[in-house]
Design a protein around this ligand. Sequence first.
Ligand SMILES: NC(=O)c1ccc[n+]([C@@H]2O[C@H](COP(=O)([O-])OP(=O)(O)OC[C@H]3O[C@@H](n4cnc5c(N)ncnc54)[C@H](OP(=O)(O)O)[C@@H]3O)[C@@H](O)[C@H]2O)c1
Length: 341
Amino acid sequence: MSELKAHQIVLAARPQGRPKLSDFRLEETEVPTPSAGQILLRVQYLSLDPYMRGRMDERKSYAEPVPLGGVMQGESVATVIASKHPNYSEGDIVLAQTGWRTHALSDRSDLRKLDPAVAPVTTGLGVLGMPGFTAYGGLRVIGKPKPRETVVVAAASGPVGSLVGQLAKIGGARAVGIAGGPAKCAYVKDDLRFDAAIDHRAADFPSRLAAACPNGIDVYFENVGGAIWQAVLPLLNNFARVPVSGLVAQYNGVGKGDGTDRLPATMREILSKSLTVRGFINYEFAAEHYPAFLSEVSAGIADGRIRYREDFVDSLENAPEAFIGMLEGRNFGKLIVRVSA
Ligand SMILES: NC(=O)c1ccc[n+]([C@@H]2O[C@H](COP(=O)([O-])OP(=O)(O)OC[C@H]3O[C@@H](n4cnc5c(N)ncnc54)[C@H](OP(=O)(O)O)[C@@H]3O)[C@@H](O)[C@H]2O)c1
């Protein structure tokens, strides 16, 4: 791609089920010029996140869908390359909602500046950013694990799940992770030091999960839904808490989901076990909890109690393929596109 031009990836078609490469289109544009009050950003790293799949559908959710022909939304680590805004100078590195582009204008006065001396800047997209805060907020505000309780989380090698289990353990609970395949399970158990890691692709997954939770489940941090929720449901203890963070197993579903309609059974368990099941979007907790999240998790990274993993893909044009793969578990760790050096 030419360095004198800007590039962006737009939504070319609304996906039917699993997104296809033809649902995205790479476009070349001029590099924009900032006017008074604006800054020009060159994107270094683009975050790819499961929520983006929902924005590709017409259906209204907590956020507006991306219009057809619109630039795919997303957060990036970007460098200020020209500034007409008093708060920013050339060379500043910021977290910004740029979308899937190489260059973007911003007139925001509240971009989060990142200091590479404090932590690698990419952590602002993962463990020290929106996914990390999702783990922190969901666990602290809804899950509230107590020492010796059992906390279960799926997508456990990803940026949300990996921090859920590590924070649970730091607080004295037992952490059981669910992940796809032996390599991810070994990482969750050996590197992240969860008490157990169970492969959801194993034929006897429900009985393996039950064996790993001999005292039942007190907190199930829901990232996935579908067949995993079905295996978790009978293991929930009375008064279990279920922060409902995401349902990635059904993001590509059209109508029928994955064929495991357990709604009646779900409602019965909620009633008979007095479960607390609460959905949330991470920013609902931001005003009260964000500063504590940043200081606690930064300290945990600095002293080695909290670990994280990043999965890099090179070049903006490879973002669609990487994004499609993430929805099937081909990423291993926080998925980030290296857009420019
Ligand atoms: N509520 C909020 O504010 C908020 C904010 C951020 C994220 N979230 C949600 O948190 C969840 C995790 O996000 P993340 O950024 O940490 O993603 P991630 O773990 O980096 O990537 C998604 C992972 O989901 C797993 N997965 C996909 N399909 C699956 C299936 N059918 N069954 C089981 N696992 C499946 C895969 O891991 P395996 O290979 O291990 O299966 C895949 O790697 C998502 O549901 C996301 O939407 C919510």
